[in-house]
Design a protein around this ligand. Sequence first.
Ligand SMILES: [Zn+2]
Length: 371
Amino acid sequence: MSRWIIIGACVWMVVLGGAGLFMVTGWEGRSAVASTAITTATPTNVAESQSQVRQTQATQQAYPGWLNIPVGCTIGRDCWVLQQFDHDPGPDFRDYACGARAYNAHKGVDFGLATDNDMRRNVPVLAAAAGRVLRLRDGETDGVAVAQGVGAVPKGRECGNAVILEHGGGWETIYCHMRRGSVAVKQGQSVAAGQQLGAIGMSGKAEFAHLHLGVRYKNNPYDPFLPGGMKPGACGSVGSLWTPAAAAALRYSPLDMVAVGISDTRPNVAGVNNGQFNSFTRRDADALFGWVLAWNTKAGDILRVDIQDPSGKALLSTTQKLDKGYRRHFRFAVKKKSGAWHSGNYTVTATIQRSGRTPVTRQISRTLKLR
Ligand SMILES: [Zn+2]
């Protein structure tokens, strides 16, 4: 028998002037059990690929790409573009692809980790292009916005630990929310493209572990995916500021699965963000839980969770059509004990499928060993 438990996680929205901000949530933790490989597959359908090719061609024609990926992690595997620049002039929000991966007045791009706990891996923040350090700040505590609420973040320090680079010709890039004590450059210093500036953190008004990258030209914010701004009726990246390699790696994703796990105790989203609920050590556990953390689900998405036992047999296989979507979405499925749990590897796989004009499939899996 299996059943679903749904915990909707709404999202926090923060509106700031100037460089804009982000939002957050996190975790900590070690997995008590060995062997926790994470694999992610992101199948792409043909329509998505063709549209990407068109976007890339248009990009080359309109603007020379000069920005590199500003994080030292693999996009789609251990970090994700979780929030985009908001192009809606009013109180609503719209990303460059006319999707909902933004929030009102968000004037940057957020590169997020799976959970807050992943901040402890000191994932590098990298200079997107060669430049000079105009300003910086360090010493701000990580996680204040989550622990005490966004109101507890001091005015003027919403960006947290940060570096601003100037690139000449009026262009600047700004890197926000870095981990306390991680800023690795000095004011006035010249940096090369790809040089480490610090580490991804959650200082300032950050409700999840991420880098907020802001791009400015003559003090105005620009979307690196759509620097010319959004034309009425047009969706998609035209004239991006990314290098061709970065543009290819950062192609638009409407939906992401960022973490999955198995636990022999009932999980919750706060604990998952703190690195808990990745443990299967009790042979007498009454139940086994397979959980998943996703971003930007939509009503109608089909979510499936499978757990395989050490013999490769399906222990749990459950599918559900989501009746509601969430910016951050946490769910788990339960398998009650029927006999003893055998030692060996247990693998949980979560899959989301979205149908429609541009079908999307995302899958993520993880294996834990019961000794
Ligand atoms: Zn942001």
